[in-house]
Design a protein around this ligand. Structure first.
Ligand SMILES: Cc1ncc(COP(=O)(O)O)c(C=O)c1O
Length: 394
């Protein structure tokens, strides 16, 4: 066969897995499925106010004024949103992006050469593999450990940092799917490790508004408080106001003043090369952030109610344990290891319910199931009942 003209940034194998095949065949047979992997807020029966998008017609959207970091008014709106959460950031230190995923890509370009290392938590968000690979950086993992709550295994961070080529560490707070916030003590320890080694801290705070344990948001470490090293905080409309389709994210830059200034100058060149956020969205940003609070409130209520319902239902099934989650949009259930996780989730499709296996998020061993806390309460409860009934029947 002749040489094929593709880079190795995209994996050679693109086929689906057994779970996606089982879902596709159940759907094509017309079987109704309760989707407990649904993490798209626009598909879970939330009420979006009908005036929500009217700001997109703002006439400022008719004028193109290219600005690498985005329109000042939009960046000020994002700074006010940080202030709402008690975090002080200057709008001059904020850059708008089309999504958090894009923010990662811009930061990898800023911080790493091809082949450099970026550290990511395990378990965590599966998209990191693709995000890193598409920007030609290599991922190394550090571990989160569970003892009635998740903590960062600092020894695994230190050993992952041994390479001179380590450029950045990714934190997700609260993390997807563990629901664990990075604590103040952890952040202090990480800053002490990273700053002298010239390793940047990139904190993905997209779920920062969503606590399950009361007080968890207030107790969490705040990366923007750092005054040494270089830190970034990532956020976006997709989670904070449940509008992933709008495509507006951002990053805030903090740390030692001289590093911040250098980072902003370099980032400006990168952002100026793409100018990816559309003007109507920037013009609407302030209104979307304010009006979207109504959606955020519903999501906060939904995840808390579903987590409580899950805890209640699991109490009746001694072979299953709900792991403690402080926040976020998902929950992890430890289930008996009778077969493989993959067999279990495929069997569950035949019972009319879709859940993620733990290995999808690199949970340390089998068997865990990961469920989204977003589905409408009645669907969620029915889906969990089906899962538990099936496990009890094994
Ligand atoms: C931890 C985390 N970061 C980022 C994102 C994606 O955010 P965005 O839609 O802004 O790219 C997700 C989506 O699920 C996520 O779980």
């Amino acid at each position: 066969m002749s040489r094929r003209p593709f880079s190795s940034r995209v994996p050679a194998e693109l086929g689906g897995n057994r779970l996606s095949q089982a879902i596709a065949s159940a759907r094509s047979a017309g079987e109704p499925l309760i989707d407990l992997t649904q993490s798209n807020p626009t598909r879970v029966d939330l009420e979006y106010p009908d005036y929500l998008l009217s700001a997109l017609a703002d006439e400022r959207g008719l004028k193109y004024e290219p600005a690498p970091f985005g329109l000042v008014a939009a960046r000020q709106a994002v700074a006010r949103d940080y202030a709402r959460r008690g975090v002080e950031v200057s709008s001059d230190h904020i850059a708008l992006t089309a999504s958090t995923s894009e923010a990662y890509s811009l930061l990898f370009k800023l911080l790493a050469d091809a082949g450099d290392l970026v550290l990511a938590p395990r378990p965590s968000y599966p998209l990191f593999d693709h995000l890193a690979r598409l920007d030609a950086v290599a991922l190394r993992y550090y571990d989160l450990e569970y003892h009635d709550g998740w903590t960062i295994d600092m020894a695994s961070v230190e050993s992952a940092m041994l390479s001179e080529r380590t450029r950045a560490i990714l934190l997700v707070s609260p993390n997807n799917p563990t629901g664990s916030f990075v604590s103040r003590q952890e952040l202090t320890a990480l800053t002490a490790l990273c700053a002298p080694r010239g390793i940047a801290i990139v904190a993905d705070e997209v779920f920062a508004d969503y606590q399950i344990r009361p007080g968890a948001c207030v107790d969490a470490g705040r990366v923007m408080d750092a005054r040494e090293g270089l830190v970034f905080s990532l956020g976006g409309l997709s989670k904070t106001v449940g509008l992933p389709q709008i495509k507006l994210g951002w990053m805030a830059v903090g740390g030692a003043a001289s590093l911040v200034a250098d980072a902003l100058a370099r980032l400006e060149l990168i952002c100026d090369t793409y100018l990816s956020v559309s003007t109507p969205i920037q013009a609407a940003a302030a209104e979307l952030l304010t009006r979207g609070a109504a959606v955020r409130k519903q999501i906060q209520t939904r995840i808390a109610a579903n987590y409580r319902a899950l805890a209640d239902l699991i109490q009746g099934v001694p072979s299953c344990t709900l792991l403690v989650a402080d926040g976020g949009w998902s929950a992890i259930v430890r289930v008996p290891s009778i077969g493989t996780e993959e067999d279990l989730v495929v069997d569950l499709v035949s019972k009319g319910v879709i859940v993620h296996p733990g290995y999808f998020f690199d949970l340390p061993h089998e068997s865990f199931l990961v469920v989204s806390l977003l589905p409408a309460e009645d669907q969620f409860v029915e889906g969990i009942r089906r899962v538990l009934r099936h496990i009890e029947s094994l």
